[in-house]
Design a protein around this ligand. Sequence first.
Ligand code: G3H
Ligand code: 13P
Ligand code: ZN
Length: 309
Amino acid sequence: MGLVTTKEMFEKSIREHFAIGAFNVNNMEIVQGVLDAAKEENSPVILQASSSAIKYARINYLMKMVEAGIEETDVPVALHLDHGPDFETCKMCIDAGFTSVMIDGSKYDFEENVALTKKVVDYAHERGVVVEAELGKLAGIEDDVNVSSSDAMFTDPDQAKEFVERTGCDSLAIAIGTSHGAYKFKGDAKLRFDILQKVKEKLPNTPIVLHGASTVIPELVETCNKYGGNIPGAKGVPDEMLREASQSGVSKINVDTDLRLAMTSEIRKVFAEEPEAFDPRKYLTPAREKIKETVKHKMRDVFLSSGKA
Ligand code: G3H
Ligand code: 13P
Ligand code: ZN
C-alpha cells in the first residue's frame, strides 16, 4: 500500500471510538521505530514532520525513508506536515508527496486564520491532499512562537463550527489545556473535556486533533535524569486522560516529546554504562527499540488503535 490520506482512518476512528497516533519523525531510527510498531500492532499511523524536522533531515531524505518504510508494511500510513507555518511550506510538502498538511494559523486573528487556511485547503484539495487547521492557542512553545500560559486561549466551540464551515478544512486541532514539550502542568493535569464535548456536538463528523499530548512518561524521565540528564519536574498528560480523549471523539493525537525521551534515555544509558562504546549502532539500536516499545504501548493501551489497520 502506498501512502494514504487520513480521510478513511479518521472516518473509522469516529465510527469506532479510537484515535490515531501522529508521531514526529526526524531521522531513520524514529521512522523505523514508529513503522515497526504500527506493523506489529496492525494499527494505522501518521508520520509527521515539522518544518524544522524538514530542515534537519532534508525533505528528499524524509520522503525516501518513508517510502522505503511503507514498502515493508501493509498498514495505512499518512505523511503529514506538522505546524505548517505558511502557504509556501504547505505547498512544498504537497508538491513533494505528503498526503496531509497542517496550516497553523493559530497565531493570527480569526479572519486571517480563516483566509490562510482556505488558501491552503484550495491548493491541497485540488491535489487530493487533506488539511488540518488549528483554532485556539496551546499554552507553551509552538515552534518559534512563544505563547505564555496566561495567553492560553481555549477553543470556542461556536467559532470552531464557523471556522470549519468557512475554510473546508478536513480536521481541526483544538486547545483544551494541552501544551507542547515536557512541562505541561504545574499542579494536577487538567483537560477541558467539556469544551471537547461541545465541539463534538457542533461538529460531530469533523476529526478533532490534540497537540501537545505526550504523557512525558515518568520512567523515561527518570532514566534520563539517572544517567546525567537534567529535566526535573517534567509532567505530561496522563494515559487515562488520553484514553478518554481517544474514546470521546479525538481522532489524532500528536506525540513528539515522548519519542525524544525514549531515544535520549536509551542513549544516555549506553553512554553511562558502556563508556568504551563508540559505534553509533551500539546506542541507536536500543534507542530505536525503545521508540518502538513506546509507540506500541500508546497504540495498544492508550489510543486503542491496535488491530484497526
Ligand atoms: O509541536 C512541535 C513538534 O514537537 C515539533 O517540534 O519544531 O522542534 O521539530 P520541532
Ligand atoms: P508533545 O510535545 O506533547 O509531544 O506534542 C507534540 C506535538 O503536538 C507535535 O505537533
Ligand atoms: Zn503540535
